[in-house]
Design a binder for this molecule. Sequence first.
Ligand SMILES: Cc1cc2nc3c(=O)[nH]c(=O)nc-3n(C[C@H](O)[C@H](O)[C@H](O)COP(=O)(O)OP(=O)(O)OC[C@H]3O[C@@H](n4cnc5c(N)ncnc54)[C@H](O)[C@@H]3O)c2cc1C
Length: 403
Amino acid sequence: MSRTLRVGVIGGGIGGAALAGALAQQGIEVRLFERASAFGEVGAGIQMTPNAVKVLRALGLGDALADVAFLPQAIVGRDWETARESFRTPLAGVCEELYGAPFFHVHRADLHHILTTIVPSDAARLSTTCVDVRQEDDKAVAVFEDGSEFEADLIVGADGVRSVVRAKLFGQEAPRFTGNMCFRAVVPFDAMPAFVSPDSSFWLGPHAHVVTYYVRRGKAVNIVAVAETENWVEESWHAKSSREELLATFEGWHPNLQRLFERADSVFKWGLFDRDPMTEWSRGNITLLGDACHPMLPFLSQGAAMAIEDGYVLAKSLGAHGNDIASALRDYQAERLPRTRRVQLESRARGKTYHLPSAFAQRKRDLIYKFKSYLNPQASGIQANWVYAYSATDFAPRALAAA
Ligand SMILES: Cc1cc2nc3c(=O)[nH]c(=O)nc-3n(C[C@H](O)[C@H](O)[C@H](O)COP(=O)(O)OP(=O)(O)OC[C@H]3O[C@@H](n4cnc5c(N)ncnc54)[C@H](O)[C@@H]3O)c2cc1C
């Protein structure tokens, strides 16, 4: 007779919280270990694309998300200097029909809070840093900084791009600095200003691009301003920059952006790192999820979405396979690895298209956008319709599929 599984999740970010909530909904015992002293997320926005929203709805979080989110009209490509539109991909009123869920913009802290509402209240251990993991017979053990240990049927490393669990399983290897850094800021507004359109705006310029969008039901604008650099940038959500540095880096860009940047009181900077796709994620009773196994450039806005999808699929696979951890991990990886690999590689490729240096190359790219938009606006611009069409909620573990 199968007994209740016990799963330990290392890392309580967006991926770890989504997994813990999904496991609890499968009736699986879960413990979540987070090194920070409090749950929370940085002050930044995040695009929750239809593929992620489908999962959040399946977890029962659809209404809570819609309550705090902003519904953008379109994804719009704009020239960095003139604001001339190069593509327009309609979203509001279209995504539900095309992909089965809307496209939302949300504040990361709001999203994380929503996810923690489905994590059992006694499941989380804060201020707990994992330093090692090991296989022991048919169990996995996580070891923490204070010397304490936790034994479970499965340990999942959801501990981000510098994952300790990944290093212990597959060896230490530094993530790759991609030659891009980004500035991030959230600018509050009492009312939506006329100089920020209600879209996800992609301002494309030479060696750089800027994405702006509303969060918090239009009460704030999120800025992600990416610039190529040879200088190493500290990788932290908390590396301080300044309004002056942001304005200086994007000098000469469109006046609407300058007006927005001038209102940014608190600016952070962040080096962008990724890794090559892996060929496997698991060893014995230990596996990985989210940025720990597939960190990616944010150019398709998919890192958190992929982590949420992973969490849902892994929980469903474990729920279906009972005590057969090996089969559960086999189905999890078979479902998730090819998809995340493609998203990782295409995210990298987008950086090159967004940052074309010469006016001639930009013109040529924009003409291609125009032509593709004419055929199908969903398949132009950032070209992510194939990402949004996927439904993790359709995942059928083999045990169920065969039944
Ligand atoms: C500029 C930018 C914009 C982005 N925009 C989007 C977007 O619009 N849409 C989208 O879907 N994604 C976006 N992303 C990607 C997204 O932020 C990440 O992919 C996502 O946060 C990954 O979630 P995660 O849970 O795997 O890892 P993380 O969010 O890194 O969480 C890891 C957690 O593990 C904890 N931890 C680490 N080590 C340990 C340890 N040893 N012991 C215990 N706990 C530990 C950390 O404190 C953290 O809480 C963006 C990323 C960037 C940089």
